[in-house]
Design a protein around this ligand. Structure first.
Ligand code: UT7
Length: 330
């Protein structure tokens, strides 16, 4: 039995497919414009996977990046937890099991978490529990999405918003000089499940939305999700601060789910927090759902913005409707 410990984030990695589609390119196939997309969302481009690439391939790309950057061997992985809304197979098997096989690993636990764009937040907290209880020595937490596969490319209300990609972190037992995952808050408001869903293809055959638009593609009530997101982003910041007796000055970075720069600006204004405390990279990647926060962490680390000892907050919100945040001492 391994002695229980704290857990910290030892390493990060990310991968996006090479094909980059700008707003202007998208405007050739759907009635939209670079001006509308930028002014309403902050998005400039997105990366899209080709038809032969599955979510597990994007995830493996991110894990290989983590291995390469941090000199980590696959034998050091104790479990795989994947946050995704776009599994390789509908229902089962878990895509985490496919990733385990593609990495050449075996018998370590591997499972998926379905918490929409909040999936990475939920997965980090699950990993903290597994590691600090001594169940496994480390957990590879991955957020990976091939949203282009569930996007209705004729619906301008949604198709301009999303992109494909993957990011991951290695959560491990921490020693004296390491950081730690300090706390998490996790929430869900299931009454809003119809606001952001794929109406058709599951066991619920009586869903009234099944015959709207392309029922097997992503459906979103943008305005309702927008209002929800601005509200809960602020609530999570306040809850994490008060539970941990901190003020906003104690936080070095807030890393929000990258859904829309206007959501982040509105929440910052409401919270009276300087917008520069929020890391944003939505311009280059669009909304990659569960992958957006680890992709952001990877970029921040690469740019030298993350330093050991800093306090950061990750905040997620999305389908479920789920929301939550992690307080991390880097
Ligand atoms: O990751 C999960 C969480 N998801 C989110 O957080 C998304 C939350 N929602 C949003 O970010 C925003 O609601 C959107 C970006 C989706 C939409 O922005 P909006 O300011 O709420 O626009 P709207 O839906 O109220 O539409 C305004 C107008 C409409 O035209 P009319 O009816 O006023 O003539 C739309 O038809 O903009 C039109 N429109 C577009 N025009 C050009 C909608 N999409 C487009 C488009 N290009 N792509």
């Amino acid at each position: 039995m391994i002695k229980p410990a704290h857990a910290y984030i030892r390493a990060v990695g990310a991968y996006v497919p090479p094909k980059r589609v700008t707003n202007d390119e998208l405007a050739k196939t759907v009635d939209t414009s670079d001006d509308w997309i930028r002014s309403h969302t902050g998005i400039g481009a997105r990366h899209l996977a080709d038809s032969d690439t599955a979510t597990s391939d994007l995830a493996v790309g991110a894990v290989k990046d983590l291995f390469r950057r941090h000199g980590i061997r696959k034998e050091e992985i104790g479990a795989i937890v994947l946050a995704t809304a776009t599994q390789d197979f509908p229902g089962f098997p878990a895509t985490a099991c496919v990733i385990q096989d593609k990495l050449g690993l075996s018998v370590i636990p591997a499972f998926d978490i379905a918490a929409g764009c909040t999936g990475f937040i939920y997965a980090v907290e699950v990993a903290r529990g597994l590691v600090s209880n001594g169940t496994v020595p480390s957990v590879l937490v991955i957020g990976a999405e091939k949203l282009s596969a569930v996007t209705d490319w004729s619906d301008r209300n949604t198709c301009v918003l999303f992109g494909d990609g993957a990011g991951c972190v290695l959560v491990e037992a921490s020693g004296e000089s390491d950081g730690k995952i300090v706390d998490s808050v996790l929430h869900a408001e299931g009454s809003g499940s119809n606001y952001l869903c794929i109406p058709k293809g599951g066991t619920n055959t009586t869903n009234g939305l099944a015959n709207t638009g392309k029922g097997d593609k992503l459906h979103m009530d943008g305005r309702s999700v927008y209002n929800f997101a601005v509200r809960v982003l602020g609530e999570v910041v306040d809850e994490l601060l008060s539970r941990n007796q901190l003020t906003i000055e104690d936080i070095d970075w807030i890393v929000p789910h990258q859904a829309n720069s206007r959501i982040i600006s509105a929440a910052a204004k409401r919270l009276k927090i300087d917008q520069d405390k929020f890391f944003m990279n939505i311009e280059d990647y669009a909304n990659t759902s569960a992958a957006s926060i680890p992709i952001a962490l990877r970029e921040m680390e690469e740019e030298g913005l993350l330093k050991r000892g800093q306090r950061i907050m990750t905040i997620g919100f999305g389908a479920g409707l789920t929301y939550g945040g992690n307080l991390i001492q880097w």
